[in-house]
Design a protein around this ligand. Sequence first.
Ligand code: PHE
Length: 455
Amino acid sequence: MDKEKQVSSSREQFSSSFGLIATAIGSAVGLGNIWRFPYIVGQYGGGAFLVVYLAMVAVIGVPIMVAEFIIGREGRRDAINSYKVLAPKSHWYFGGITGVLAAFFILAFYGVVAGWTLEYIILAITNGFSGQSSGDIVNIFTNFISNPIKPIIYQIIIMLITCGVVSTGVQKGVEKAAKFLIPLLVIIMVVLNIYAFMLPGGEAGFEFLFKPDFSKLTKEGVLAALGHAFFSLSLGVSIMITYGSYIPSKENLLGTAVKVSISDTVIALLSGIAIFPAVFAFGIEPTSGPGLVFMSLPNVFAKMSGGYIFGILFFSLLGLAAITSTISLLETIVAYLTDTFKFRRKNAAIFATVVITLIGMVASLSNGPLKDIVIAGDNIFDFLDNTTANYFLPITAFISVIFVGWKLNKDIVKGQFTNNGEINSQTSYEIFKFLIRYIVPVGIIIVFLFQIGKI
Ligand code: PHE
């Protein structure tokens, strides 16, 4: 048997369709939906941004997810090596390198924010929100993130947990956790949504979120919508390539991508509905940035009946949703290190965790003692957040669609899309092909040209 076949036949696979979907949703759903989505919507003007975002998910996000799955399931390796076996002696694997690097930098700041949720779980348990004015709640947040030590301790805890799970192997831990956590998260969100509808003064929040005012949409907003679609769906980070390599051949790649994208979007919308009415009812600036969730929802918990329990549950679930995403980020890097350098899984996980945690510490300190270090107008934390989402992810995703659309043998692509003719109609294949060959790449290029002011 040749070496390639051996690698692919001994590779771990997802144990069931539900396990696959749950794991992919576990990666997609996380801080991106609940922490990042609302503050990005807030910064870029609300409803009009939302319309652009939804279009980006449907037209650009879904086809890219399918393309990434195809690369992974055909290559049956980590992202970089999948490119290498599918296009030997070429430079396409660069698309894997930018993805793995993106995962690396995202995990650095993402681990910090995941750590914030731990402080908020403790605050919720110790009844830290009740009796506080909305001004106090803002101060609690700003004092906390600028503290040089506390957020770093929490970040280290999150990174250790992530490292522990990834070291023991993907499926059992991640699949199981995701299957249980995501439904629970949805239930909590729905309850918070019902509360949002009853919040006096909350109407302005609904209007902000759902009434598009296109005069508020900026060029940066369009790029941010694209970047956030990638971030939220975990695209352009080599994750869906890596997970694709664990997908059994009978699964429907298009169906999986559609289900993951719809779930991810629904959770983002539920989170917007939970947050914006509170933002307006309690006089918080929608443009407050990364602190938005932490500054708005505690007000709700302080006042709603049962708020004590809901506060604890909400932040616990947020932390857990974050961990299913940190695991996917670390897994991508570890898959690369083990496949390429034959590192032991555990050693690879420890090595990557140490380096990433150190970078994350600097990001955390940039909200406090290092805040005067500014790169392109942002502190280090925001710089990592914005640069990865708006540049690394679109570029990596761009390479993957060009690869699948133009380079990879058409029979392979069609075979993967239709499971060798068993599923998905010819028409859906033609639409997919048209999207990844023309619409998606041209769309990404237009957004960039628009951003740099060329159109
Ligand atoms: N999609 C995850 C979220 O929304 C974040 C993430 C980005 C995870 C990129 C993996 C890769 O929270």
